[in-house]
Design a binder for this molecule. Sequence first.
Ligand SMILES: Cc1cc2nc3c(=O)[nH]c(=O)nc-3n(C[C@H](O)[C@H](O)[C@H](O)COP(=O)(O)O)c2cc1C
Length: 256
Amino acid sequence: MQDKRYNDVIDLLLQHRSIRKYEDKKVPDDIIESITRAGQQAAFAYQAYSVLLSRKKERHPFHAPLYFIICVDVHKISKIMKTRNWKIVMNDLSCLIWGLQDAAYMAQNMVIAAESLGLGTCYIGAIPYYADKIAEQFNLPQKVFPLVGLTVGYPAEDPPTRPRYPLDLTLFENEYPILDEKAIERAKKEMDDGYLSQDYYRKNNAKIELSGDREETYDFETYSWTEHISRKLGQWEPSSKNLLEQFKKRGFIINK
Ligand SMILES: Cc1cc2nc3c(=O)[nH]c(=O)nc-3n(C[C@H](O)[C@H](O)[C@H](O)COP(=O)(O)O)c2cc1C
């Protein structure tokens, strides 16, 4: 008998893995439309997104045939409001938070739609740090903020799915538990063993260098996800200055 907890949609979601190698094969326009349309049908707070598309493969991460940049877009709605003789008084931080939610759900719908059609995808997260460059390239009006990149194309690799924290360290009913040493070790083990067994960081050549006076004691035999993420959060961007500057250039004054 079929397990009622699973179906084709859930199977597809559980098979997700980011793709970083793509076939040199064009993605037809009707597929692009279908993916974007599916993205649009995500629940929204105020449809505060726009999607930029580039087909200049040679310029894209992983030389993916398609590169989408999903933006938070407050420009469109302010134009609509103007025709109704309204002006946004909501603070920029709230507009952004609502917009970040809208844009994120839209992006993830695009990922699911793309995967359901046999395509592979990978998010590119550094986009907000060079929002000004993207604004120039795509002629973005004020109040449009590039949030995340998304490479899309037919996969030329077939990697296994990557691990996640154990479910019982993710779903907390009624109360957040005390995360004791044992629980933390369990979470670490699940993630680190999972990534190490795939030789993930060696294959992606993705070891982050140490700065400061910490001595390097890891190689690709031991370097795994919890070390990788620690090096990001423990070394990068201690100041919000860069990002606030990017928001400001795009017309969002967050602490107003
Ligand atoms: C917001 C966000 C930003 C990301 N940025 C990058 C990136 O810049 N480069 C990259 O190779 N993968 C990037 N990823 C993909 C993650 O590395 C990947 O989702 C994670 O390692 C889990 O692997 P999986 O997607 O294969 O399950 C990003 C994912 C998200 C959600």
